[in-house]
Design a protein around this ligand. Structure first.
Ligand code: AMP
Length: 112
């Protein structure tokens, strides 16, 4: 999709610190990390949010989770948090589905 930041990172048009890639997903480090490991896992194809991805491509949706688990394991973490922000009201700023993988520090609940 034109003017989508994460489509451009997937396409290599904008640099991303890519740590893992699969047939359907790309994982790259967040530019503003909120934990020692903060990686975004995105589908290669454009979908606006997690629910739309699950409805339109369930296999890619599942692959986001397996990719996140593989990245966490590769970075040495058995404990980690996965977050999908869905909608501007809860902080979604990029409208290309992305799964936040956060690890490497204690975390509180509920999130802010
Ligand atoms: P969200 O607020 O859930 O939509 O998450 C968007 C995330 O994208 C934020 O955590 C940003 O720090 C991150 N971000 C924005 N631009 C870039 C970029 N060029 N490369 C990597 N991460 C980015």
């Amino acid at each position: 999709m034109e003017d989508c930041l994460f489509c451009k990172i997937v396409a290599g048009e904008i640099p991303g610190d890519v740590v893992h890639a699969t047939e359907r997903t790309v994982a790259f480090r967040d530019v503003n990390p909120q934990a020692p490991t903060h990686v975004l896992v995105v589908p290669r194809a454009h979908h606006a949010n997690a629910a739309e991805l699950a409805a339109e491509d369930p296999q890619a949706s599942a692959e986001l989770l397996t990719t996140a688990a593989a990245v966490a394991a590769a970075e040495g973490y058995a404990d980690y948090r996965l977050v999908f922000n869905t909608g501007a009201g809860v902080g979604q700023t990029v409208f290309h589905t992305h799964l936040h993988l956060l690890a490497g520090r204690p975390m509180t609940w509920p999130p802010g």
